[in-house]
Design a protein around this ligand. Sequence first.
Ligand code: HEM
Length: 188
Amino acid sequence: MLLQASVDGQSLTEEEIVGFCILLLVAGNETTTNLITNAIYTFLEYPEVYRQIKNEPDELLPAAIEEVLRFRSPVQASFRIVHEDVELGGKKLRAGEYVIAWMGAANRDEKQFQDAEQFVVPRKPNPHMAFGRGIHFCLGAPLARMEAEIALREWIRRYPDFKLSASFTLKPLESTFAYGIKELLLTV
Ligand code: HEM
């Protein structure tokens, strides 16, 4: 429907429509995959928190997903180009310069989040920036949240007592911006 609307509106060129399709595919695929994997890995790391989530998924799973988004943000950073000279946090930024906004760092900011280095469920409030901020706020946030909830709910229902496989070694993704692990070998 989203693509149909873009085509029907005729406001986009063919090149823009193809570009938008690629954006949707890339932005919507690996990010959500990493969210689900990061959640399962974090549950293993915090067995006591996981025990509570497992016992009360209706109450705790949505909050757990929000906390994974904060604690292990699948998208760690984003680029911006400075439009006009500005001073930010005591630093002078000049028009035309590139800046990187580290949402992953903001999400661990102790001034915003008490015990920021801990996985806390439920965390109230949880004003994380995992989906960005402002006009470019993630278009797919509701879909990503829904996909993660469906996948994790079903995973917990089928395999409540999973553990890391003996052959597992932690291999982080080789990326500056995407945060996740290459493979998560589990025993169920
Ligand atoms: C856990 C999953 C996801 C995360 C963490 C995530 C994260 C983000 C972030 C941080 C931005 C803002 C980038 C910026 O401001 O420069 C963004 C934008 C965007 N995301 Fe997502 N995303 C996720 C899933 C999805 C899905 C499922 C879709 C679509 C199917 C999607 C489509 C988009 C699009 C189209 C934009 C650009 C919006 C704009 O520029 O106006 N994302 N996403």
